[in-house]
Design a protein around this ligand. Structure first.
Ligand SMILES: N=CN[C@@H](CCC(=O)O)C(=O)O
Ligand SMILES: [Zn+2]
Length: 428
């Protein structure tokens, strides 16, 4: 079995067994200075202070094992980020809408003119599964370069039975062919197709009677999602779809309260959603509902940045005792970037989160928003060894501080105990 020893680590983050961090506890990032980390096979075997390394090594039979040593002097080592909300299976970009937006059109106005999600749907329907797979694989590699080791990927640009399944088959291939931990979500209720303009109920029936059963029969979906917001799907429609999903064993992770106080948070919590995501329009009432739930509030600051809409009240949420996760929402319309490092900077600057809170939100809380907290998100013995090593930096606060960095901040990424990024190059 392979053995990797990372030694002389300047600071090891999340060095503890934890399943999520909420409220005041988000200020603690479990930092251990002058540390080592031992990886055996796919898993974290041990970690601790450098002073304790000889004892840890004595416990291992080194003569039988090939040992790779990495000197992490001056570097920060962290569990990889878990990006719990993305739409990275898509065809073509939407920079023409970017220009419309600069000229003053809102997201909803662009959508009403046949732009937005319907524009991406047209392009996706014309693309082959292979073309979509190659493009999405490139995005997965790019995201690994930013230190991401787990990704949720949604459908929602297909909008026909065949095309939604085509998207989910691409996600299945990514699950099988990459070392990244991937979860897939059926988001058939992402936008109402033009052909259903005057018969919404027919589209809801199609989702309930065909898309959900077929996606589940092929083993293509882990979760079920609805864009519950003004101009998209109502609370009643959302409830109908989530109930149908539940009958087929799909738990909800939903888009809620991005464009309005839509009731999305309430309907998500009522249906025991694993997460409710976006939450730009959140007030006291919504926070109270979240406080009484196990649902992870998931914030997507690069979307608010790109759409120039108000940021969600993260400070109020955390100060009320809630946990929050952050994710990239990587998609061609509202967040054309999978750069979690930039998301951390936005979380600090505009969500007013402390660096420790932002790092918790992107690691252990992101893992929890994917139900992966028992195997990922912290440095605990027995968890899967998904970790990144930065270039030499002055402190972990440098990560969100140095905004606009590309993946060059991250020197090495290890996924399932294998080095997949070294000296800036991702390969798998
Ligand atoms: N808000 C809904 N869905 C995506 C945007 C999709 C698009 O504009 O293509 C989001 O999460 O931001
Ligand atoms: Zn989204």
């Amino acid at each position: 079995m392979s053995l990797i020893l990372i030694k002389n680590i300047k600071t090891l983050l999340q060095a503890r067994d934890i399943s999520y961090a909420a409220g005041q506890k988000m200020r603690d990032i479990g930092a251990l200075d002058d540390a080592f980390l031992l990886i055996e096979g796919e898993k974290i075997a041990d970690f601790g202070a450098m002073a304790d390394l000889p004892q840890a090594l004595a416990k291992l039979n080194l003569t039988e094992k090939a040992l790779t040593e990495i000197d992490a002097t001056g570097r920060v080592v962290s569990p990889c980020f878990a990006d719990s909300h993305t739409h990275i299976v898509y065809a073509g970009s939407r920079e023409n809408e970017f220009v419309d937006k600069i000229k003053g059109l809102s997201y909803e106005e662009i959508a009403k003119r046949g732009g937005g999600i319907l524009n991406s749907a047209k392009r996706l329907q014309a693309a082959t599964e292979d073309e979509l797979y190659q493009a999405a694989l490139g995005r997965v590699k790019e995201m690994v370069g930013y230190g991401i080791g787990a990704i949720e990927i949604k459908s929602g640009y297909g909008l026909t039975v065949a095309d939604e399944l085509k998207m989910l088959r691409v996600v299945k291939r990514l699950k099988q062919n990459t070392p990244v931990t991937i979860k897939s979500t059926l988001l058939a209720a992402h936008a109402l197709p033009e052909s259903y303009r005057n018969r919404r109920e027919d589209f809801i029936s199609l989702i309930i009677n065909e898309m959900i059963p077929q996606a589940v029969a092929e083993g293509l979906a882990d979760y079920c999602d609805v864009f519950c917001d003004k101009g998209f799907f109502t609370v009643e429609e959302t409830a109908q779809i989530l109930e149908a999903g539940a009958r087929y064993g799909l738990k909800p992770k939903i888009h809620a309260n991005e464009l309005d106080f839509s009731g999305g948070i309430q309907v998500g919590v009522a249906h025991k959603a694993i997460s409710v995501d976006h939450l730009e329009c959140t007030g006291d009432e919504e926070i109270e509902v979240l406080m009484e739930s196990h649902t992870m509030p998931t914030l997507l600051p690069s979307t608010a940045f790109f759409l120039r809409i108000p940021y969600p009240p993260a400070r109020q949420m955390i100060d009320s005792g809630l946990p929050v996760a952050v994710a990239t929402d990587y998609n061609p319309g509202s967040s054309p970037s999978g750069n979690m490092l930039f998301v951390l900077s936005l979380a600090c600057l505009y969500l007013k989160m402390l660096p420790e809170e932002a790092l918790n939100a992107a690691t252990i809380n992101g893992a929890r928003a994917l139900e992966l907290e028992s195997s990922l998100g912290s440095i605990s013995k027995g968890k899967i060894a998904n970790i990144f090593i930065t270039n030499p930096i002055s402190s972990y606060t440098f990560i969100p501080y140095s905004f606009g960095q590309g993946g060059q901040l991250i020197d090495t990424v290890i996924l399932r105990g294998q080095i997949v990024k070294k000296s800036g190059v991702v390969s798998f």
